[in-house]
Design a protein around this ligand. Structure first.
Ligand code: ASP
Length: 410
């Protein structure tokens, strides 16, 4: 009997943890982080390789199959409302918990050195918006500018639907075919997931160990509890009430994608797996998933939004600063913008912290306080990011009238 992929991955994670811990006790951590890690790097490269062609072909084939302008508009509005409201709910959950637990009050923490390159990126939010329109779509592809790539693909897909029938059919078929091929490549890459994930976890444990977490325990606990509440209470309620979907079935359908998100800390790299799981297991149509998910991987980051908010308030608490109501409001808004602006790559959220610290007038060096545990929190928040995207796709599919095997009356 062949073990299901998600079980293979869970076993691989356990093995990675054990090997990582052993490597620290028996002194072969160098081997784990330098040689064994190659397997994980290869897996990540495989995912990244397919990522951009997949995003482009999936959006184009999605838009062409949605068809009419009205359908597209309706789905666009639903997607936007879902993304904004779940991110705000996540932020509020974080804000309430950090104000109740108060993990930073009286905490004695030394500042760590800030790693190079971690400074506020000077880009204003308005520039981010302007840059969505690529000067050169090919350069955007080469540079991996997700928002520009998404914008251009949406436009291309839309215009394919309004050209002469002859061209429309040819191009629709072409991009749908290419999309199928990308999914096949994803399938092949996924075959290596257990080995890749084993290696990624072993390397992480070998490099960081578990000692660093001590003094920041209360902070980690606050972020983790808020993430748990959002993932296991808020989003499931939305699934049941709005989408008429059974959360247990949906989480099971998405398990491979969630485990991949946890191990890679990258929503973008996980995207191929998220699409595969939602279509194959949750039964969501390609029409919906290819519209909702690529956008979600880039702009919908509930976990990141929540984390930004908790982290800033925690830092203020450590410095003994009481943030006023107005300042906390600024935190909520900037956390939302930061989560939209953060790329779906490891530690993107930490870089965006600079923007929020700036907005409420806290020193940039404060990022050093939370650095030691960021890697682990990144794994958790990325999982929540991907979980929220997948809930959005399922809810929108159900609203579009699709009959899903994960439905309450399924
Ligand atoms: N790593 C996260 C993601 O890819 C972004 C973040 O750092 O919060 O979803």
């Amino acid at each position: 009997m062949k073990l299901k992929l998600h079980w293979q991955i869970i076993i691989a994670m356990g093995a990675g943890l054990i090997i990582g811990l052993m490597s620290r006790s028996y002194g072969f951590d160098g081997f784990v982080s330098n040689q064994l890690s190659i397997v994980g790097d290869l897996f990540l490269r495989g995912l990244r390789m397919v990522m951009i062609p997949l995003i482009i072909t999936s959006i184009i084939s999605g838009v062409t199959s949605v068809g009419s302008k009205e359908n597209l508009e309706r789905m666009g509005i639903r997607t936007f409302i879902y993304y904004m409201s779940t991110s705000l709910l996540a932020i509020v959950t974080g804000l309430v918990l950090v104000n109740v637990i108060r993990p930073g009050v009286g905490a004695k923490l030394g500042l760590e050195a800030i790693p190079k390159g971690l400074t506020a990126n000077g880009e204003r939010f308005i520039d981010t918006l302007i840059n969505i329109i690529p000067k050169n779509p090919f350069k955007a592809i080469v540079d991996g500018d997700m928002l520009s790539i998404i914008f251009f693909s949406l436009l291309l897909g839309f215009c394919i639907t309004i050209v002469n029938r002859k061209y429309r059919d040819t191009l629709t078929n072409f991009f749908q075919g290419l999309f199928e091929v990308m999914m096949k490549i994803t399938h092949i890459v996924l075959f290596f997931a257990p080995y890749g994930i084993f290696s990624l976890i072993a390397k992480l444990v070998a490099q960081t160990g578990t000692e660093a977490f001590g003094p920041l325990g209360a902070y980690m606990l606050t972020v983790a509890s808020a993430l748990l509440i959002h993932a296991f209470i808020t989003l499931p309620i939305l699934l049941i009430v709005v989408g008429k979907i059974r959360p247990q079935k949906h989480i099971k359908a998405m398990s491979t994608a969630l485990l991949t998100a946890f191990s890679t800390s990258s929503s973008s790299a996980t995207l191929p797996v998220t699409m595969e799981s939602i279509e194959e297991n949750a039964g969501v149509s390609n029409k919906v998933s290819s519209f909702v998910l690529p956008l979600g991987a880039t702009i919908n980051m509930d976990g990141t939004a929540l984390y930004e908010c908790v982290a800033v308030v925690f830092i203020a608490q450590v410095y003994g600063i009481d943030l006023s109501f107005a300042q906390q409001f600024v935190v909520v808004i900037t956390a939302l913008l930061a989560s939209i602006g953060a790329a779906g790559i490891p530690m993107a959220g930490l870089v965006m912290m600079a923007v929020i610290l700036n907005a409420v007038g806290l020193p940039l060096e404060a990022v050093g306080l939370i650095l030691a545990v960021d890697r682990v929190l990144d794994m958790l928040r990325t999982t929540v990011n991907v979980w929220s995207d997948s809930c959005g796709a399922a809810i929108i599919a159900s609203k579009e009238g699709e009959k899903l095997p994960i439905a309450l009356k399924g």
